[in-house]
Structures are given as structure tokens and as C-alpha cells.
Design a protein around this ligand. Structure first.
Ligand code: PLP
Length: 373
């Protein structure tokens, strides 16, 4: 059985009619730039996250960069982040002129390990940017406590965690600002590029509303330096159709995760672990196994598309050489890059598809009992 890594077709079957109607309305109105749907989506997504403001921008990378710039981060500053993340996190920091300082991940959650955070802080640290990796909320209480002690803001990279909850709070709503991407395959995805920043800080929001649009909120009045990074009206219209379904789609992802968990228990495969005070939204179903590359090949031969997130930690990329600083040894980030295997995961994945994936893996892997002997 062929199992794609992500299949958006079933999603389209569910909402295609509504999306076409919404896009058609934009075309008829012609308000393609900062149109009615952008403002409506910004209000709806802010309410969904439980914050006062949402600023729609062109993509997730710009959301990160603009937020750092709006907070006054400059050349020579340091921003602490996770060594295990998509490259955009580090690139956003670099584009703001700062140096990414990398902290190792927790071996169970794969998120920035708060026990290694204090020792990474220097006099140049101007922000801490945890990532809710794979859709699992980072240890926000511990991170925020250390940040407060040192008087530095926390900016969340929530690009993989739309809708995830931590102790009753949405991911993105716990720092000074939360940054989202609406890349099509994200849990809340547009039909092209898109991004957003959510915040409760009125002054920060006002600044970002200007910065994303040439530094201007009132036509031809340019008060701050800006750029052109606006959420497209057509993408906002698509996102408005999808947002009311996000929680249910996240639940379907969680059900798929439970099925994987049952089928893969007792094998030498490490499945995702999530603490009871938070909800994982499984943007990526990340497993770990010693012979990851062989498993990937076996899956591929059986028609299953799996993935690796990510083949290298941030500091392993040639583009990052000499531009990032490791806060200390990063053994868990390196192990994760060697052993991680992402299994097919999307809301409409069927039990039969999950069973097919698990069958290949259980045939391929060694039972736990055999490992111990
Ligand atoms: C997807 C992603 C981004 C960047 O989003 P784009 O919209 O592709 O620019 C940033 N951080 C993380 C963790 C991501 O997964």
C-alpha cells in the first residue's frame, strides 16, 4: 500500500467547495493586498490563541525576523534557541543581525532543555526563542522563569504547534510574541506561503503592523523602517475556512499517534513522549531508532514515504559554520539527527495506512525483549 508522508487531498475533499467560494469572493472584491479577509483572519486567529493581536505576514521566517527586529535586537546581540529545529529559526535570528546560541535538546521531548539554559545566558543575550518542535509544547514555565530572572523576552517559534496547549495556554500565547508559519503542510496551512505573529503587547503589535507594510499603517506615512511581508488576502481567506477545523484535525492527528503507539510498542522504536500537562499536535510523528537509514529504505521499498526531521542539527549545516555558537556540547541534538525517523502523519490518514507503516517497521525492527538479552 502506498502511504504518502502528507496527503492534503482528503482535506480538500472536505472543504474544497468552501475554499473555492472564499477565494472567488476575494477575486470578485479585488482586495488582494491587506483585504477584508486578512483583518478578519487576524482577529479570529488572535481569539483562537487567546491574545489581543495577530499580525499576518508573508511567511514564518519573516514572522521570526520581524519580531526580533521590532524588539530592538541588533548586530552583536545573542538569541538563544534550540540546536534541534528547522533552519528557519536560526536564519530568522541571523537576519535580525544576532548570533544564534544553541542549547541542546531534552532527550525525551526533543525540545530546548531548560536545565542547560542558564549557563547559555551572557550579557549579550537579548532574547530566548524556544521552538515547540514537532508540535509538542516546550517547557515554558521553566524557560520563562529563567528568562524573567535575566530580564530577557521569550519569543516562541510556534510554526509547528498551531493549537497545541501547555497548562491551558495556546502555544504562541505564552511569550512576548509567538511566531507561526502557514506553509501548506503545517497543521494550519495556507495554499501558498503565509505567516503570523501573535502578541498581547499593544506597542509591539502596532510596530509590527507597520513594519510588515513599508513601515506604514496609514498610506504614505512611513514612521518606522519596514519591508514588504504581508499575509496575502487569498491565503487569509483559505485560512479562515480551515481555522474552525484545526482542533478537530489536531484530534485526528492525536488518534493516529495513539494507533502508531499501540502498534509500535515493544519494539526498539522510541515513540513520542508527551507530559500530561500539555497536548502534542503531532505536526511531525517523530520516532527514533538505531538503524534509522535501513528502516527508511525498507519503508520506501514498501511504498511508504517517511522523512527525517532533521538530518543535521543547526550547527551541522555549512551555511551556519562560524555564525552560530554552541552553548555547550550538543550530544542529544546530534543523536536525534542520526536516529530520528518521521512517519506519515496527517489528519485524514487511515487506520489501514497506519497499519501498513507499522507492519513494515515491526518486520524490520527488533523486539525489545531480544534487545535486552
Ligand atoms: C516551517 C517553520 C518555519 C518557517 O516557516 P516558513 O513559512 O516556511 O518561512 C520556522 N520555524 C519552524 C520550526 C518551522 O517548522
Amino acid at each position: 500500500m502506498n502511504v504518502p508522508f502528507v496527503d492534503l487531498r482528503a482535506q480538500l475533499d472536505e472543504i474544497g467547495g468552501e475554499i473555492r467560494a472564499a477565494v472567488n469572493e476575494v477575486i470578485e472584491r479585488g482586495d488582494f493586498i491587506l483585504g477584508r479577509d486578512v483583518q478578519a483572519f487576524e482577529e479570529e486567529f488572535a481569539a483562537y490563541c487567546g491574545v489581543r493581536h495577530c499580525i499576518g505576514v508573508g511567511n514564518g521566517l519573516d514572522a521570526l525576523r520581524l519580531t526580533l527586529q521590532a524588539l530592538g535586537i541588533r548586530r552583536g546581540d545573542e538569541v538563544i534557541t534550540a540546536a534541534s529545529t528547522f533552519i528557519a529559526t536560526a536564519q530568522g535570528i541571523l537576519q535580525a543581525g544576532a548570533v544564534p546560541v544553541l542549547v541542546d535538546c531534552d532527550p525525551e521531548s526533543y525540545n530546548l532543555d531548560p536545565r542547560r539554559l542558564s549557563s547559555a545566558i551572557t550579557s549579550r543575550t537579548k532574547a530566548i526563542m524556544p521552538v515547540h518542535l514537532y508540535g509538542q509544547p516546550a517547557d515554558m514555565d521553566e524557560i520563562r522563569m529563567i528568562a524573567e530572572e535575566h530580564g530577557v523576552p521569550v519569543i516562541e517559534d510556534a510554526a509547528q504547534a498551531h493549537g497545541a496547549m501547555y497548562k491551558g495556554n495556546r502555544c504562541g500565547a505564552m511569550g512576548v510574541a509567538g511566531c507561526f508559519s502557514f506553509y501548506p503542510a503545517k497543521n494550519l496551512g495556507a495554499m501558498g506561503d503565509g505567516g503570523a505573529i501573535v502578541t498581547d503587547d499593544d506597542a509591539l503589535a502596532t510596530k509590527l503592523f507597520k513594519m510588515r507594510n513599508y513601515g506604514s499603517q496609514v498610506k504614505y506615512r512611513h514612521e518606522v523602517e519596514g519591508c514588504n511581508s504581508r499575509l496575502d488576502t487569498i491565503q487569509a481567506a483559505v485560512l479562515r475556512v480551515k481555522l474552525p477545523r484545526l482542533d478537530r484535525w489536531n484530534q485526528l492527528r492525536a488518534e493516529a499517534a495513539r494507533r502508531y503507539e499501540e502498534l509500535l510498542a515493544e519494539r526498539e522504536i522510541v515513540t513520542p513522549k508527551c507530559k500530561p500537562d500539555r497536548t502534542h499536535v503531532y505536526h511531525v510523528y517523530a520516532t527514533r531508532m538505531p538503524d534509522r537509514d535501513a528502516a527508511l529504505e525498507a519503508l520506501s521499498a514498501a511504498g511508504v514515504s517517511a522523512g527525517i526531521h532533521y538530518p543535521k542539527p543547526v550547527h551541522g549545516h555549512t551555511s551556519m559554520r562560524g555564525r552560530v555558537r554552541a552553548a555547550g556540547p550538543l550530544p542529544y541534538a546530534e543523536t536525534l539527527a542520526r536516529e530520528e525517523l518521521s512517519l506519515p502523519m496527517f489528519p485524514h490518514i487511515t487506520p489501514e495506512q497506519i497499519d501498513a507503516v507499522a507492519r513494515v517497521l515491526t518486520r524490520h525492527s527488533v523486539p525489545m525483549a531480544a534487545m535486552r538479552s
